[in-house]
Design a protein around this ligand. Structure first.
Ligand code: NAD
Length: 337
């Protein structure tokens, strides 16, 4: 094709091969909730894809796995169009990546991007909850970011998700984003039960959360020990949106939504690094699995100015810890069944 003129055949073929592998893995991971390759392997494919696209930008087409979020939804649920796009997060793996992210934000804003909100990256799946006049009217998965699966009935069974927001001053419409997850203890119990029943266990708590939420029969979801923590908002209409991410969290807490008490607002890269190091050492303190730390620019006005790329906001970044071995072991068991 004309748009790939000049790209060596080897690079073209390798790109097509990796894109196919990644698309297939996305489908197994996001739609079937049963991945067959480790996250490490998947991440390596994505890294190679990005490197190829860096060297040959014409390969970076809108349908490349590097430009997309999640996977197209399954046909088992009613599709829901999100009020605003749900995004993924760009990754940082070391302090230099983080410093690069901060410097880019500073350059684009022509101002100090601080302060920064540091929080745990919960290894669950994204959910969007829509409240109208304080009443929960819809719950949907992220899907491909624009269209998700309608899981309203399932979401209503999750302990801690209010069916009605508390207080008199709730927005007319608010879309609360958060993470649905399986507490670690519940995950182990569930896998033991599945194995005892001759069924395949889940590879990790994230897949078990996704598999448990996306059940056609909400009574099964109700039996699973799912929890949710809010970590953002989309649409917010009718009352003034607080001016910082942290103030949004405190507002949501007043409304009765579950908010982490392990987030911290800090002023410098050094303090961000300290937060990351602290939780690297205390990774198993929370009752749920974490796979890193998310750093967000706290001021909403600066978030607006920075906006997003095709798949992730420029005002946030995920610092990823290395994957843990236990996932691989479980994956071996699962693939063996
Ligand atoms: P991600 O999980 O790396 O990060 C984005 C998500 O983080 C958001 O959508 C949000 O739901 C979540 N999140 C958790 N805590 C948050 C917080 N405090 N604030 C904001 N967001 C928070 O991105 P992704 O696109 O969902 O998944 C990509 C990753 O999934 C890959 O790096 C890979 O590890 C894994 N994956 C694996 C396979 C496989 O076959 N093994 C396939 C596809 C994806």
């Amino acid at each position: 094709a004309a748009d790939v003129e000049g790209v060596p055949v080897g690079a073209l073929e390798r790109h097509a091969e990796l894109a196919e592998l990644a698309d297939e893995a996305n489908w197994r991971y996001y739609v079937l909730d049963q991945p067959t390759v480790s996250d490490g392997e998947y991440d390596a494919w994505m890294r190679e894809l990005r490197e190829l696209e860096e060297a040959h930008p014409s390969l970076r087409t809108p349908d490349s796995p590097t430009q997309k979020v999640g996977a197209p939804i399954s046909t088992d649920f009613t599709p829901v169009q999100h009020l605003r796009r749900l995004e993924s997060l760009d990754n940082a793996f070391n302090p230099a990546d983080l410093a690069g992210w901060q410097a880019r934000a500073e350059r684009l804003l022509e101002a100090d991007p601080g302060p920064y909100l540091c929080e745990l990256k919960i290894d669950g799946l994204a959910i969007a909850l829509v409240y109208e006049k304080g009443r929960l009217v819809r719950g949907a998965t992220r899907g491909d970011g624009r269209i998700g699966d309608d899981v309203t009935a399932n979401v209503r069974t999750i302990e801690g998700i209010p069916h009605r927001l508390a207080g008199d001053n709730v927005p007319d419409v608010v879309e609360v984003r958060g993470e649905v997850f399986f507490p670690v203890s519940g995950f182990e119990k569930l896998n033991e039960q599945l194995v005892a029943a001759g069924k395949a266990p889940f590879a990790n708590p994230r897949n078990s959360a996704a598999g448990s939420l996306r059940q056609k029969d909400p009574r099964i979801t109700a039996q699973r020990e799912l929890r949710m923590i809010a970590h953002g908002v989309g649409t917010w209409e009718g009352t003034p949106l607080p001016k910082t991410q942290s103030a949004v969290y405190e507002k949501l807490r007043e409304f009765g939504l579950p908010i982490s008490d392990m987030y911290k607002v800090v002023g410098s890269l050094t303090e961000i690094d300290e937060f990351i190091e602290y939780y690297r050492q205390h990774r198993h303190d929370p009752a749920y699995e974490i796979d890193g730390v998310v750093v967000k620019i706290d001021k909403i006005e600066l978030q607006r100015q920075l906006g997003s790329t095709s798949r992730a906001p420029r005002w946030a970044i995920a610092f990823k810890y290395p994957p843990e071995e236990v996932n691989t072991k479980l994956l071996d068991i699962q693939v063996g069944i």
